[in-house]
Design a protein around this ligand. Structure first.
Ligand code: CDM
Ligand code: ATP
Length: 285
C-alpha cells in the first residue's frame, strides 16, 4: 500500500502540575492525558525519489518547520530509508490551543511512515524519536491514555471512564514556551497519585497564569463554567468541560459567542490512531 489516511487526534490534560525543573530548564510534570475522537487527518503518499513534501498543511507554518516534515526527515535519517513522502495535513485542531495538534501530527507521521516505509522501528524507538521533536509527542506515538511524569515522556497507561466533553477555543493562540517561563507559575506542587486525582484534587497550574495574560480565556472559562466544571488543557488556550451526552454538549454550543470556536468530542483511552494501526496490522497479518 502506497497511500495511507490516518487520524491525528487531539488530547486533553485532565490536570497538570509542575513538581520541579530539570537542569536544562525543562519542567517536571504530573499530568493525565486522554485522547479525543476529534483531530486532524493526515494523508501519506510514498515517493520513490526520497523527497519529503507537504503539499497542504497548517496555515502559516512553513514546510520546513512543520512538525510532520521534521518527523518524516528524522525517521528517514534514523532508518536509512531511501523512500520519501508527500504529507497532506487537514488541520482541524486549533493551533496553540493546548490540544497537542502539532505533536499529534508528528506522531501520526512517525507511525504511518514507519509502516509504509517498512522501517521496522518499535514503538519504544518511535517514542524516543518523537521526544526529540516535542515533550508531547511520545504519548501520541504510544496511543494510550496515560499518567505522565518527567517532562511528559514517563508514561503509565491508564483506563479512565470515557466521557463527552465540550471544548472551547477562545480565539487566542498561547505560545507554550512563553507560559513555561512565566515567573508566576507554581513549580513546586507536591507529587500526587491517580487516587488523589480521583478524589477531586488536581488543577492546571497554567490556568491562573493564562487567565492573567489572556482576558479572553477568563471570559470563556466563566462562560463554560455556567454549564459544567471548566478546566484549561495544556498551556491553553482551550478549555474543556465534561457533559453527560453529545446532545447536551451540542445544546451548550448553540449559545457559543461568535468569536469562539467549539466542538463536542468523546474521550478515548485508545487513540483513534492506535485503533487504525491495530486494524491495519490485523489486515496484513
Ligand atoms: C504543556 C504540555 O502540552 C502538556 O501536555 C506540554 O508539556 C508541552 O509539550 P510540547 O508542546 O510538546 O512542548 P515542547 O515543544 O517540547 O516544548 C516547548 C517549550 O516549552 C517548554 N517546556 C516544555 C515541556 C516541559 N515539560 N517543560 C518545558 O519547560 C520549553 O521551554 C520548550 O522549549
Ligand atoms: N503540523 C503542525 N500543526 C500545528 N502546529 C504546528 C505544526 N507544525 C509546527 N507547528 C507549530 O507548533 C506551534 C504549536 O502548535 P500546537 O497546535 O501543537 O500547539 P499546542 O496544541 O498548544 O501544543 P501543546 O499542547 O503541545 O503545547 C504552532 O504555533 C506552529 O508554529
Amino acid at each position: 500500500m502506497q497511500t495511507l489516511i490516518l487520524p491525528a487526534p487531539a488530547k486533553l490534560n485532565l490536570f497538570l502540575h509542575i513538581t520541579g525543573r530539570r537542569a536544562d530548564g525543562y519542567h517536571l510534570l504530573q499530568t493525565l492525558f486522554v485522547f479525543l475522537d476529534f483531530g486532524d487527518e493526515i494523508t501519506l503518499r510514498v515517493r520513490d525519489d526520497g523527497a519529503i513534501h507537504r503539499p497542504a498543511g497548517a496555515e502559516g507554518v512553513p514546510e520546513a518547520a512543520d512538525l510532520t516534515v521534521r518527523a518524516a526527515r528524522l525517521l528517514q535519517q534514523m532508518s536509512g530509508s531511501p523512500l520519501g513522502a508527500d504529507i497532506q495535513v487537514l488541520k482541524r485542531i486549533p493551533m496553540g490551543g493546548g490540544l497537542g495538534g502539532g505533536s499529534s501530527d508528528a506522531a501520526t507521521v512517525l507511525q504511518g511512515l514507519n509502516y509504509l516505509w517498512r522501517c521496522g522501528l518499535s514503538t519504544d524507538e518511535l517514542a524516543a524519536l518523537g521526544l526529540r521533536l516535542g515533550a508531547d509527542v511520545p504519548v501520541f506515538v504510544r496511543g494510550h491514555a496515560a499518567w505522565a511524569e518527567g517532562v511528559g515522556e514517563q508514561l503509565t497507561p491508564v483506563s479512565l471512564p470515557e466521557s463527552w466533553y465540550v471544548v472551547i477555543h477562545p480565539g487566542v493562540h498561547v505560545p507554550t514556551a512563553e507560559l513555561f517561563s512565566d515567573p508566576g507559575l507554581t513549580r513546586d506542587c507536591p507529587p500526587i497519585t491517580l487516587a488523589t486525582f480521583h478524589a477531586g484534587l488536581g488543577i492546571n497550574v497554567f490556568q491562573p497564569v493564562v487567565e492573567k495574560r489572556y482576558p479572553e480565556v477568563t471570559a470563556a472559562l466563566r462562560w463554560l463554567s455556567r454549564y459544567s466544571n471548566a478546566v484549561l488543557t495544556g498551556s491553553g488556550s482551550c478549555l474543556f468541560a465534561p457533559v453527560s451526552s453529545k446532545q447536551e454538549g451540542e445544546t451548550i454550543l448553540q449559545c457559543l459567542p461568535n468569536d469562539w470556536f467549539g466542538f463536542v468530542a468523546s474521550s478515548a483511552n485508545v487513540s483513534p490512531l492506535q485503533q487504525k494501526l491495530l486494524t491495519l496490522s490485523t489486515l496484513h497479518n
